[in-house]
Structures are given as C-alpha cells and as structure tokens.
Write a protein that binds this ligand. Structure first.
Ligand SMILES: Cc1cc2nc3c(=O)[nH]c(=O)nc-3n(C[C@H](O)[C@H](O)[C@H](O)COP(=O)(O)OP(=O)(O)OC[C@H]3O[C@@H](n4cnc5c(N)ncnc54)[C@H](O)[C@@H]3O)c2cc1C
Length: 280
C-alpha cells in the first residue's frame, strides 16, 4: 500500500520544528529515522497532513557526558550509540541492548528519540531508560521541560509528549565503578521485537546489591517495573524475586500470558546473575 497524500517540510532548527508543529493544516508528525512512522503511513494506520523532517537538525544529535549524566540527542542513530565508546563506558546497559534492536539496516536509520517517542511496549530502549532511572528532555511551544522515565510512558504507544512537542534528548546517570547492569530478551529470531525482555540496573556495594531497578518489556502497555522482585533481589533472595513477579501479561500472537510470565522468571534468573558479577 501507499501512504495517503501528505505535505513535507524540512525543519531547519529545533525552533523551526516547533513552529511548524504549532500551525499545521491538519495533523502533523515528526519524521526521524522513519523506521516505524513510514510503515504506519504505508499501512494507512496514520494519515498526517504534514511530515516535519527533523533530519539535519544538528542540535538534536550527539552523545555527551557531563556532571555524572550521559545525554543522548534525540536524533542520534542507533548505530552511533552501538559504536560509541562513551556509551560503552558510561551507559553499558544501552550498549548491551543496542544489538537487539531490529537489524543493522534499521539501526543505521532509526533514532533513539524515535524509539522513545514511539514507545512500543516491546521495544528495548524505553525499558532501559526506566531501568536506569533516566529522564526525557522535551521542547514545545511553552518552553522546555524534563520528565522522569517512570512518568513518561503513560499507556499503549502513549507518552507525556503533547502534539506540539519535540523530544530533544534523553539523560541517564553515568555508570560508576559500583554500577551493575543486566539485559536479556526472548525473541523468535534475533532482531525481532521481544516476546519478553528485561533491562536492569543496580549498585554493587561489596557483595550486596542495592538500588535494583528491573524494567520488563513485552509484558504490558508500557515498560513494567517489577518492584517486589527488586526488593527480594536486594535481600539476595532470587527464588523469592521470581515468585514475587507482579506481572500480568496478556496473551498475544507470540505467546500466552502464562508462557510470558514463565519466561519473565527465566530472564530474571539470568539477569540477576549478570548483576552479581563482581569483576568488571
Ligand atoms: C523490521 C523492523 C524491526 C524492528 N525491530 C525493532 C526492535 O526489535 N526493537 C525496537 O525497539 N525497535 C525496532 N524497530 C523500530 C526501530 O527501532 C525504529 O527506529 C524506532 O521505533 C523509531 O525510530 P525512528 O527514528 O525510526 O522514528 P520514526 O519512525 O521517524 O518516528 C516514530 C514516531 O516517533 C515520533 N518521533 C520521532 N522522533 C521524535 C522526536 N524527536 N520527538 C517527538 N516525536 C518523535 C514520530 O513522529 C513517529 O510518531 C524495528 C523496525 C522495523 C522496520
């Protein structure tokens, strides 16, 4: 199928993008890597009147480490993050997740901001952002604001972004020597969206885990924190952590909810072992 007719405008700057978004003749959508948006247009799942191309807006790209935070511009391509020394050193959970996102061709074009804004419940990056206690930078007609990842993902493909907003960057705490991260997912084939996945972070103090954050994906409408299991892991009780999994995944085309819940427990054991690795 072909998309419904739409007008096209290339944003020259962030302010220009916000201006274009503010006065659309009908619905307007931002175009980043196009890896999700173009498919929805071609399938006529959405039919905006105007596409605003962000590609080329330099201020939205790049990776910087400042004051203990890693900031990743919205237009940063998956492949740039995958190959970045800064991400490998300061954001190791993102580095672990990156190769699981689609295939190389998709990672060449897809952007981190697009993934976070699209908020697919089976996507890796939204869960990583939640697991890391990160935040989202947003610019809109009323200025700039910061939203915590825990508050950003509000429902199925629904976020704290308003129609006139541009997601400009994500920010996560830079890893310290005590930071431990874990990542695992089940997908039918490598590169497919996950049936179930788990992103996790913690702080290791001696042999003790603290500040454990477990964010599942593919098991609900948004990334899902397994808070009771986090507490059990801090107490070193892995069996209790699995038993305490407060997940209620629905059946879908890939698996029943019961299978997903079982897989979530398997992933938790794998990720807990990664978190406990002391020699890093
Ligand atoms: C075959 C295939 C397999 C894939 N597998 C996976 C996978 O396993 N895991 C995974 O996570 N993803 C997967 N993806 C999706 C891929 O990661 C996309 O890159 C991502 O979902 C969207 O990023 P994008 O830059 O392409 O955004 P686009 O497609 O350009 O935009 C997506 C949506 O986000 C909005 N948007 C984009 N940028 C901004 C911004 N800065 N501010 C506000 N709104 C914005 C757009 O308006 C649009 O609504 C797959 C895609 C394909 C085609």
């Amino acid at each position: 199928m072909k998309p419904a007719p739409f007008a096209y405008a290339k944003a020259k700057s962030l302010d220009h993008a916000i201006e274009l978004l503010a006065h659309p003749d009908g619905e307007a959508r931002l175009l980043a890597g196009g890896q999700s948006l173009i498919a929805t247009l071609n399938m006529r799942l959405s039919a905006p009147k105007l596409l605003i191309d962000l590609n080329g807006v330099e201020e939205l790209s790049g990776i910087a480490v400042n004051n203990g935070m890693v900031e990743i511009g919205a237009l940063t391509r998956h492949v740039e993050a995958e190959r970045s020394d800064e991400i490998a050193e300061h954001a190791p959970l993102i580095a672990l997740a990156m190769p699981h996102i689609g295939h190389a061709a998709i990672r060449n074009r897809g952007t981190l901001g697009g993934s976070i804004a699209f908020a697919d419940p089976a996507a890796e990056l939204p869960a990583c952002l939640v697991a890391l206690g990160g935040e989202v930078e947003i610019a809109g007609p009323r200025g700039r604001r910061t939203v915590k990842a825990d508050d950003f993902f509000m429902g199925l493909f629904e976020t704290a972004l308003d129609p006139g907003d541009v997601l400009t960057a994500i920010r996560i705490p830079a890893a310290t020597p005590g930071t431990r991260v874990g990542f695992a997912e089940f997908a039918r084939r490598h590169g497919d969206y996950a049936m179930v996945g788990l992103a996790a972070s913690a702080q290791l103090d001696g042999q003790e885990l603290g500040d454990v954050r477990l964010a599942y994906f593919g098991v609900g409408n948004t990334p899902v924190r397994a808070t009771k299991s986090e507490t059990a892991l801090v107490e070193g009780k892995i069996d209790d952590a699995v038993a305490a999994l407060n997940l209620d995944p629905s059946d879908d085309v890939q698996a029943t909810g019961a299978v997903k819940k079982h897989l979530a427990g398997v992933l938790l054991r794998r990720v807990a072992a990664q978190l406990m690795e002391t020699s890093r």
